[in-house]
Ligand binder design. Structure first.
Ligand SMILES: Nc1ncnc2c1ncn2[C@@H]1O[C@H](COP(=O)(O)OP(=O)(O)O)[C@@H](O)[C@H]1O
Ligand SMILES: [Mg+2]
Length: 242
C-alpha cells in the first residue's frame, strides 16, 4: 500500500504575481479515486503541475510526500521515475520526438517491458491505431486524440499515483467511455488517482466510492462523495465560499 500526501501546500505560477494554491492538504492511497472539482481559474492545473514539480511553478510553502519520502524539491523527471504520473490538460506538441520511440524509452527507464506489441495494445485499448505511433509526439493530434494518448501512457507506465487534469473535457461520448475504462483499469491495478473534472458524467462510469474535494480560490472548501459531485453538476459552485 502506497501513500501520496500533500501538506499545507502553497503554489505560485512563476509568471504570476499572486499565489494560486493557498494551503491544500490531500492524502491518496493505492487504488483510491479522488476527484477535484472547481470553477475555471480556481487553481486545479497549478496544483497538479506544482505537485509534479514543473519548473514553471514555485512551491512557496508546504510539503509533498511519496511513501513517507519528502519529494517537495525533487526534479520532475525523478518524481516520474518514483511513480508519479500526470495526464496534462493540454498535452503539448513535441516536434522531432517520435511517439513510439518516446514510449519505448520511457518504459525502459522505468524498468518496464517496452515491447512494441505491448505499446500497440495500449494504443488499441484507447482507440488509437498504430499510425499514431509513427507520428511526432502529439503533432497534429486532435484534442480528444491527445487525451487518449495520455491515457495510453497511464496504462503503460502503471504509476503508483496519477493526476489526470480534465481528461474528459472536449471529448466525445465514445472517447469519454474509453477514458473512463482506462481509469477503471488503472484503479484496479492499484494506481491511486486524482481526477480533475467538471462533469459528474464521467464519474457515473467509475467506482462510486470516490472522494470529492471542491477547490475554489486555491483552497478546498468542501469534501464529500458522489452526492456532492451530483449537486455541483446540478447547482454549480455557489454557496461554497471563496
Ligand atoms: N503562467 C501564469 N501566469 C500568470 N497567471 C497564471 C499562470 N498560470 C496560472 N495563472 C493564474 O492562476 C490561476 C489558476 O489557474 P489554473 O491553475 O490554470 O486554474 P484551473 O486549472 O482551475 O482552471 C488563474 O487565475 C490563472 O490566471
Ligand atoms: Mg486547468
Amino acid at each position: 500500500m502506497s501513500e501520496f500526501r500533500v501538506e499545507n501546500l502553497f503554489v505560485k505560477p512563476k509568471e504570476a504575481d499572486e499565489i494560486t494554491i493557498k494551503g491544500v492538504d490531500l492524502s491518496v492511497k493505492s487504488g483510491e479515486l479522488h476527484v477535484i472539482m472547481g470553477p475555471n481559474g480556481s487553481g486545479k492545473t497549478t496544483l497538479s503541475l506544482g505537485i509534479m514539480g514543473s519548473e514553471r511553478y514555485e512551491i512557496v510553502d508546504g510539503r509533498i510526500f511519496l511513501d513517507g519520502e519528502d519529494i517537495t524539491s525533487m526534479p520532475m523527471e525523478e518524481r516520474a521515475l518514483k511513480g508519479l504520473f500526470i495526464a496534462y490538460q493540454a498535452p503539448p506538441e513535441i516536434r522531432s520526438v517520435n511517439f513510439l520511440t518516446f514510449l519505448r524509452e520511457s518504459l525502459k527507464i522505468r524498468g518496464k517491458n517496452g515491447d512494441d506489441s505491448i505499446i500497440k495494445r495500449a494504443f488499441a485499448r484507447v482507440g488509437l491505431d498504430d499510425d499514431f505511433l509513427d507520428r511526432e509526439l502529439y503533432v497534429g493530434f486532435s484534442g480528444g486524440e491527445r487525451k487518449r494518448g495520455e491515457m495510453a501512457q497511464l496504462l503503460l507506465f502503471h504509476p503508483k499515483f496519477a493526476i489526470l487534469d480534465e481528461p474528459d473535457t472536449g471529448v466525445d461520448v465514445d472517447s469519454m467511455r474509453l477514458i473512463a475504462g482506462t481509469i477503471n483499469e488503472a484503479l484496479e491495478k492499484g494506481t491511486g488517482i486524482v481526477l480533475i473534472t467538471h462533469y459528474a458524467r464521467i464519474l457515473e462510469l467509475l467506482p462510486d466510492d470516490y472522494h470529492v474535494h471542491v477547490l475554489i480560490g486555491g483552497k478546498f472548501r468542501a469534501h464529500g462523495g458522489p452526492d456532492l459531485a451530483r449537486s455541483i453538476e446540478k447547482s454549480g459552485f455557489e454557496g461554497f465560499g471563496s
